[in-house]
Design a protein around this ligand. Structure first.
Ligand SMILES: [Fe+2]
Length: 374
């Protein structure tokens, strides 16, 4: 390419030096589609419809004017103006940076004193506190909100700071206390083994809220652990087991008189970078494994090794959630359970619900970053 010519037209795109280095290439469809006038300033949505162009977009003439590329499109007469600085963000084809894509910080059994804590009145009054709260949930997977009012509305108000209450097949809210005819171990005083919630749903809810309204019983200790910490250790110590658990989908179920919920999930979940993002595990909702029996020769030992690791003192954080506290955690990462309690020793009541993780990340981005239109 002749360095004295700033723009060279090619068959399907043009070459242009947007920075001091080598020339960059931009496709004509991409340029036409992303003309700044394609986006409505009020709705911020794309209003230009590239599907209705008569043919492939081709420039009639191009020029670089005052640090911007100017293109007049053949047949349309439409003129597009692209700041070179803006073009430079897209010339390498790299994904747009996501402010909500924060590295996770794994934690272990001693994490309880260090859990990020926020008072509900501060969150309601202060958007920067909300941003810090969401950041803690994204990075560590767990946070405790203190000073919650003893009301149903208090929980709803808290959820609304990050999104909407996300219903599941049993409704919008659930009450963890003794039920006369329990359909779930949670509704008894028995020990509740370590699990993530509702793995039988095709897309299990992302963020879980457990608002403690009363807790005066003997026993009933809360058990929480970071699935990312355990899965990363498994990856290092038993890579073959890790491969099996992160690649194999196993069946989960939740069935009673009026519902029959089923899904297939990987026990260890990876994100788009290939890093462990979380786990899906539930002994009481794992269905009968309908996998080849010879494959189970390998899978079961790996599955059991991982489940035993989850119960290790290295990872298990034990504490007692107090009335006025609400623990908020990533249901695809944080594994939780509780020890048995004495039902006659007092009252234990937790009210819970869920929110969507994508919506939480959306709120976090809106609170902390510029976006494309600000
Ligand atoms: Fe649960």
């Amino acid at each position: 390419m002749d360095t004295s010519v700033p723009v060279r037209l090619d068959h399907r795109g043009l070459h242009l030096r947007v920075t001091g280095g080598a020339a960059s290439y931009f496709n004509y469809y991409w340029l036409r589609d992303n003309c700044p006038t394609s986006f409505d300033s009020q709705t911020r949505e794309r209003v230009f419809d590239i599907f209705h162009l008569d043919g492939a977009p081709v420039p009639e003439r191009v020029a670089v004017v005052d640090d911007a590329l100017e293109v007049v499109w053949k047949g349309e007469g439409h003129k597009s103006l692209y700041p070179l600085e803006w073009l430079a963000q897209y010339d390498s084809g790299k994904r747009r940076p996501d402010p909500a894509d924060l590295p996770r910080r794994a934690w272990y059994s001693d994490h309880y004193p260090a859990i990020a804590r926020f008072a509900q009145p501060d969150l309601l009054a202060n958007k920067s506190a909300v941003a810090k709260w969401l950041e803690a949930i994204i990075v560590e997977g767990v946070a405790i909100v203190t000073d919650m009012p003893d009301s149903n509305e208090g929980l709803t108000e808290l959820v609304r700071l990050m999104g909407h209450v996300r219903p599941t097949f049993f409704g919008e809210y659930f009450d963890v206390r003794m039920h006369i005819k329990p359909t779930n171990l949670a509704y008894t005083a028995k020990a509740l083994e370590l699990h993530t919630d509702t793995p039988a749903e095709e897309m299990a809810p992302g963020v879980q809220f457990l608002h403690c309204r009363a807790n005066t019983v003997e026993g009933g200790r809360n058990l929480f652990l970071d699935g990312v910490a355990v899965a990363n250790d498994l990856k290092r110590e038993f890579p073959e087991d890790f491969k099996l658990l992160s690649e194999t989908e196993i069946p989960y179920f939740c069935e009673h008189d009026t519902y029959d919920v089923r899904s297939r999930q990987r026990v260890i979940e990876l994100d788009k970078h290939g890093e462990v993002s979380g786990v899906t595990i539930s002994q009481h909702m794992a269905d009968i494994f309908d996998l080849p029996q010879t494959f189970l020769d390998q899978y079961y030992p790996a599955f059991c090794r991982f489940a035993r690791m989850l119960q290790s003192d290295k990872y298990l954080m034990r504490f007692t959630l107090k009335a006025t506290e609400c623990i908020v955690f990533d249901n695809h990462r944080i594994v939780h359970g509780r020890s048995a309690y004495s039902a006659t020793s007092g009252e234990r009541y937790l009210r819970g619900c869920y929110a969507d993780r994508g919506e939480m990340r959306s709120t976090y981005r809106a609170l902390t970053s510029e976006g494309r239109f600000k």
